[in-house]
Structures are given as structure tokens and as C-alpha cells.
Design a protein around this ligand. Sequence first.
Ligand code: FEO
Length: 400
Amino acid sequence: MRITEIKPGIHYVGVNDRVKTRFEALWSLPFGVSYNSYLVADEKVALIDTVEEGFGSRFFHNIHEAIGDRKIDYLVVNHMEPDHSSSISALKRLYPEIKIVGNAKTLQMIGGYYGIEADTVEIREGESLSLGNRTLTFYMAPMVHWPETMVTYCPEQKTLFTGDAFGTFGALDGGILDRQLELGHFWDEMIRYYACIVGKYGVPVQKALQKIRTLEIETICSTHGPVWEEEKERVIALYDRLSRYQGEPGAVIAYGSMYGNTEQMAEHIARNLAERGVRPIRMYNLSSADPSVVLRDVFKYDTLVVGSPTYNGDLFPEVEALLRKIEARGIPQRTFAAFGSFTWASAAVKHLREFAEKLKWTMCCEPLEMKQGFDGRYDDACDRLADAVAARWSDCGTGN
Ligand code: FEO
């Protein structure tokens, strides 16, 4: 059996993209990304999702390698975002008899994106399609992370095709199943993918997880990243934690600094936190840090300390950009502290406080504010801020 036949009759026909530098034209791709597609070959043949259209010729080659000249009876569309649907028009030309299976929202979008209205099969929650010895059953998972998203379950093979859910950034370096891959970087890439792409939709993800838990699952086939078998419980648990917005013990210190004075506050606070046993500490100068990595760690860890100089009577722009990303994702609470600086008129600290109030976050101490340059005058204040963060750390039972 070829490595691409991930289970009897289920073929991986996806592709790797190591060319694109930004997913959704926004998020960096240091390890590339895969667009996963699967063929279920029975008496009838179903293709589940397609790939980004620039990889169409590789995709069609993979399909031919799996099933030769057999026709494809159905295309099941779990998710309409163009990284998975933009090969549909070419697929229709190569397999003109194919029927497109989707829910009402999916079929509307297929009309809107690709002008395809005919030869469609509209399915509803819990309905099934027989392929012969195998069945595909459809469950809606709206807003994970588009309104039409759904998952497809093959009970005979205990396999769940999940669309973007349980996806990660990172191309598949040879292997396809988790046990065939070196998984090291995929765990942080899964959090980064979740934070950037799905992070706003914690409640819909929780609803989808409730449905998924009723199914007997051996294999999770996402549209991005490894196929999960050995690590499926860990993957489900990670999605559960992320969608509850629960951070693990650890502190992110994210700051802007034009001339290094606010940065020295950050360094001082970090050193004091380390002395008080806070671990791990991740520091990001927001002028140079990858925003997706910072956002990843805001999701990953339970403590956030933000620093900003006053800039044009406002927050430093890169700090503002991070706060807007956090706000857009509705992260409900982090242990939060703030510090800032100004030269002639204070503003940054006021805006950091307003951010916390808007998100209904409790600040663990008064914001620390510095006028002009950093020197020993602020040592005690940095100590007190670190004390307050470390005390919260101990209260939560996360200290060493
Ligand atoms: Fe991978 Fe939401 O598309």
C-alpha cells in the first residue's frame, strides 16, 4: 500500500506549498503549508475538498495516481475558502459528471465564486451519502471559521474529515500521518494557525467539539497539516483548551520602543519576573517580532505584560496593532499588566488601561509610567509591577 493510501480506500491527494510567504496574505509561513484533499474510493468515488488552484496540475496528478482513469462521482466541500475550493472549476472540466455535495450556504458560495449551479447535491445536518461499502455523514460546524463549514464522517473507517479544524501551518515533509512525521514544530504551528485563523470563534469551536465527541474517531483528516491518529487526543485537547481561551503558565512581554527606554523597562521587568520564578518568559519587540508569533503566544500563555511609548499622543502603532488583534479575537482574560512612557504628554498608559477595561480584563496592578529616559528612578516601580504579576502567578498555582 502506498504511503498516500492512509487507510484502505482513503487516499491522500493533497499538495505542499513551500512558495507562498504569507497565508491569507497576512500570516508568515516559515515551514510552508499543505492543502490536504482526500479521495474515498468505493463503488463510488468521493473527493473531499480540493487544493489551492496554483497547485492544480499536481493535485490532478495525485488523483490519477490514486484511482487511474476512474471517474469521481462526488466532490464533498467541507469548506469554501479558496485555498480549498479554487480548483473546483478545473475539476469540473476534467470530471464533468461530478456532483458537488454541500450544504445550502456552501452551494450558494460555489455559485458566487465559480458560477456553478448545476449538478449539486444539497445536504443537511446528519444526512448521509452511500458510496457502496462506505458512508459519508455530514455534520454542520458553522463559523469554524466560515459560516458554511462542516465535517464529514465515514463511520465504517472511523475517519473524520474536518476541514480547517485541527489544521496547522507546516508542509508535510514526506510523511502524511502523524507517526510518519517529526512533529516538533507542528504543535506551536497549530497554536499559531488557531490563533490567527480560528481564534475569534471559540464558542463555535466548542459547539463543534461537542458534536465530534459523540463520534468514534480513529483518524482525523484536516485540510492543513498531518493526518492525526496517534496524537488525535492531544490535538482535540489542544483545540478544546484554545477555544476556551485557557493559557498555560507563562508570561509574554510585548512592547514597542523607539529609542530603547521603554525596552529597558521591559528588560527590567522580565529579569524581575524570572527572579520570582515565572517561567517561561517570551519577550517581543513589536517592531521586529512576527505578529503571528506574538499572537500565538498570547493564546498559549496566561500572562501578558504590554509596554508602549507615547507616540503622536497615542499608543505606539505596533502596540496598537497587537491590541486590536487581541480585541478582534475576544480573548476573555489574561493576567495583565502594563507599562509605558512619554516625553512631554502622557497618553500610552491611559490607552493601555482603556484596552483592559474594554475587554473587561482585570489589571494586576496600576500601570507603570515613565517620563523620559530610563534610569534607576524606575527600579522600584518595575520591581513592584513584577511583584504583582508574580503574586498572581502564585495565586493561580502556576509558580514554581
Ligand atoms: Fe484553509 Fe479556511 O481555509
